[in-house]
Design a protein around this ligand. Structure first.
Ligand code: SAM
Length: 236
């Protein structure tokens, strides 16, 4: 009897899980791309150049995440956005594209000055480039020189510092403001034994996820798109 109940329970679980995590085949991928907004030409070229010019080109947000970030900006209607970690500027430009207020802009901070020529090249090519204010430096330090608060923060810099970024960012957003944190599933390494290769980053992301989960001041949801995004709303 118990066996039968367990088998039934497992079948329900399997069905539930299939519903939650549908396998994205290349055919489904193509289908999705036919049914969402196209990737703007400039961003398509920026993504391509990110892969050609840089070893870690895959760090650029890309088509799906770029459209999602733009949609969040449309929904939140922020006057000011802060981005930690510009890389080549893909997400900064995608978010700038979503800005509704004519005065609104994106502050984006990048530590690696070798990226600056590529970022500036594409800011000039994009019709939204003038809405992006690039700051080269360490985000923990640069934030203090900038004029907050920001209604939306996109956290995407050094994974080792996520717990610290969270603390700083919460201080710089108003009640009702949002933080979107990228890479929070870290290729699935947030569960199971700690991998040796990038133990510090993995542990920091685990710590960050636990801190957010236990923080009563914020509402949070996880979107398992790409490497995982946590959407956080500051309630008080
Ligand atoms: C994942 S990439 C950003 C990708 C970009 N947001 C996008 O979605 O297209 C992370 C970037 O953060 C930068 N970074 C790392 N530590 C940083 C720090 N302390 N301050 C500013 N930028 C940092 C890295 O140089 C890298 O370019």
């Amino acid at each position: 009897m118990q066996e039968r109940r367990r088998a039934a329970h497992q079948a329900i679980q399997r069905e539930f899980q299939v519903g939650l995590s549908i396998m994205i085949t290349p055919e489904l991928e193509e289908y999705i791309e036919q049914h969402i907004d196209k990737e703007p030409e400039v961003l398509h070229e920026l993504n391509r150049q990110s892969h050609i010019r840089f070893l870690l080109g895959r760090m650029a947000s890309g088509h799906w995440q770029g459209r999602l970030l733009k949609m969040f900006v449309r929904m939140i209607n922020p006057k000011k956005i802060l981005e930690l970690g510009t890389f080549t500027g893909y997400s900064a430009l995608a978010m700038a594209e979503g800005l509704l207020d004519k005065e609104a802009y994106v502050d984006t901070i990048e530590i690696d000055d070798e990226l600056e020529p590529t970022i500036r090249e594409f800011l000039e090519k994009s019709p939204y480039g003038d809405r992006v204010h690039l700051h080269i430096g360490k985000c923990e330090e640069v934030i203090e020189r900038l004029q907050g608060p920001w209604d939306l923060v996109f956290m995407d810099a050094n994974k080792r510092n996520y717990p610290e970024y969270y603390k700083i960012c919460l201080e710089h957003i108003p009640v009702g403001g949002y933080i979107i944190a990228d890479n929070i599933l870290w290729d699935g390494k947030v569960i199971g034994p700690l991998p040796k290769a990038d133990a510090a980053q993995t542990q920091a992301i685990r710590d960050f996820n636990d801190i957010v989960a236990a923080d009563p001041r914020v509402e949070k949801v996880i979107i398992p798109l790409r490497d995982g995004l946590t959407i956080i709303r500051k309630n008080y």
